[in-house]
Design a protein around this ligand. Structure first.
Ligand code: GTP
Ligand code: MG
Length: 195
């Protein structure tokens, strides 16, 4: 599946612009700068199909990618801190929430968590929203290359333990690095099972 073509379809700034619900969708959510766009590039093997940046707030719309006609992969703007005006950030947050709550074809949300930081308040708020909306989600640790093996193992255990009280969270998590291309095969395999 992931050797097949992937194409940018559209950027959605308002709910009215969402494409028809006629295809399975998976999306990548997480705090600004956690590595959502980088991970989409890494799993699709494309250098910069999703634009990335060191500046939090790079992705400013719901960016839709079509994976060989089989599904949409959706790159969300980050939640939490972003280098953009407050009213604009508030608009993104409202859009993300409405999208996550109401999208019938959304099969799975990958909630990205920075390996170095673990769960932050903004992550727990997002997970609560998904629990309440009963949208199945799965945690993906990013930037695993930044931790030593022992530190990463500790983080994985802490995160897995923390998921027990979240009804819509799947128990299995992924530890990835888009920089070193680790953990990607497992994530691709999981996505393939959803189609
Ligand atoms: P927003 O669109 O602003 O919400 O950010 P994002 O979550 O899409 O993050 P993005 O992919 O733009 O990456 C943010 C920064 O983290 C960039 O400087 C990336 O190069 C860096 N980065 C992303 N993934 C990794 C990783 O696996 N390892 C390391 N070391 N850096 C990473
Ligand atoms: Mg981004």
């Amino acid at each position: 599946l992931f050797s097949r073509p992937v194409n940018f379809v559209l950027g959605v700034a308002q709910l009215e612009q969402l494409p028809p619900e006629d295809k399975t969708e998976i999306c990548f959510a997480g705090r600004s700068n956690v590595g959502k766009s980088s991970l989409i590039n890494a799993i699709t093997g494309r250098k910069d199909i999703a634009r990335t940046s060191n500046t939090p707030g790079r992705t400013q719309q719901l960016n839709y990618f079509d994976l060989d006609g089989a599904c949409y992969i959706v790159d969300l703007p980050g939640y939490g801190f972003a280098q953009a005006p407050k009213d604009i950030v508030d608009t993104w947050h409202a859009l993300i929430k409405q999208y996550l709550r109401g999208r019938v074809t959304l099969r799975r949300v990958f909630v990205l968590i920075d390996s170095r930081h673990g769960f932050k308040k903004a992550d727990l708020d997002m997970m609560k929203l998904l629990d309440e909306a009963a949208v199945p989600y799965q945690v993906v640790l990013t930037k695993a290359d930044k931790l030593k093996k022992g530190q990463l193992e500790k983080r994985i255990k802490e995160v897995v333990d923390g998921l027990i009280k979240h009804p819509a969270a799947l128990p299995q998590i992924f530890a990835t690095s888009s920089e070193k291309n680790t953990g990607l095969a497992e994530l691709r395999a999981e996505i393939s099972t959803l189609l």
